[in-house]
Design a protein around this ligand. Sequence first.
Ligand code: FES
Length: 105
Amino acid sequence: MSTISMKHVFVCIANRPPTAGSSCGARDSAGVIEKLQFALMEGGLMEKVRVNGCTCLGPCEDGVNLVVYPDAVFYAKVTPEDVPEIVEKHLAGGLPVERLVYTGH
Ligand code: FES
């Protein structure tokens, strides 16, 4: 039996009603996904990392939020500009980007 070493990145794309407060969709989660896909393609990681949009992950005020499995690393306040560092250090190198890891404040 072979071991699969694929990672999955789930990026919150939820758009809550404006009256409900902030949401990841309103904070450019689409831009984060676009940048992720571009960086993975550039890095030759398309076969090793999958990116999916998902519904609300919980801490909406701290978005854009995303989680990397199977590592169970939760990132918050991610912008498209943060994506190259996440791809290089974590998805390619295996080390979480500590400054973006969600700590619950
Ligand atoms: S809207 Fe993204 S965590 Fe709730």
